[in-house]
Design a protein around this ligand. Structure first.
Ligand code: NI
Length: 190
């Protein structure tokens, strides 16, 4: 089932996200819905709070970028309870990012190139891997969502000032978007 995407300004994006245990209700269905929603909206990553569920689940499929980044071919990951350790010694690289929850805005974000990623998969098997390059960026972006952080929180103060009005309008539901969006209830556009 395709779910609506919760948009900047909605409190669900700024709420705590719970650790997921194997008895989490309808977990398989939630993950399937996150995948379906992400493909429908043409995203490369999605975090549960973006579909209104405050749980520590991320889905990533970066295969579509394999033309520019051959190492991303067939890379698809369900991350449950991911934990990131950023290698602060690794180079910090600036690249443009966007987000399904912040439609129409793309801004440069600086992130480190290398992380250690620990997570559980859908069967709750433990994984521990070094992740580098573009995938490390996507993982950091998605895991930020689990810690209530959006990429626009990480841009320069000047850029933030320049998009302030757009963000305020977005929070009020005043934004054009090609998929079904869910806005903050008290701000809903008439
Ligand atoms: Ni995002």
């Amino acid at each position: 089932m395709i779910l609506p995407i919760y948009i900047y300004g909605h409190p669900v994006l700024r709420a705590d996200n719970a650790t997921v245990t194997p008895d989490y209700p309808n977990l398989k269905e939630l993950i399937e819905n996150m995948k379906e929603t992400m493909y429908h909206t043409q995203g490369i990553g999605i975090a549960a709070p973006q579909v209104g569920v405050n749980a520590r689940i991320v889905y990533i499929d970066v295969d579509v970028l394999a033309e520019d980044f051959p190492e991303l071919k067939d890379v698809r990951m369900v991350l449950i309870n991911p934990v990131i350790d950023i290698d602060e010694e690794s180079p910090a690289v600036t690249r443009e990012e966007g987000c399904l929850s912040v439609p129409g805005i793309h801004e440069n974000v600086q992130r480190h190139e290398k992380i250690r990623l620990r997570w559980q998969d859908e069967e709750f098997n433990e994984h521990d891997q070094i992740v580098e390059g573009y995938l490390a960026r996507v993982v950091q972006h998605e895991c930020d969502h689990l810690d209530k952080t959006l990429f626009v929180d990480r841009i320069s103060p000047i850029r933030k000032q320049l998009i302030r009005k757009k963000l305020n309008n977005m929070a009020k539901g005043d934004v054009s978007c090609s998929y079904h969006c869910k806005f903050a209830p008290h701000n809903r556009k008439k």
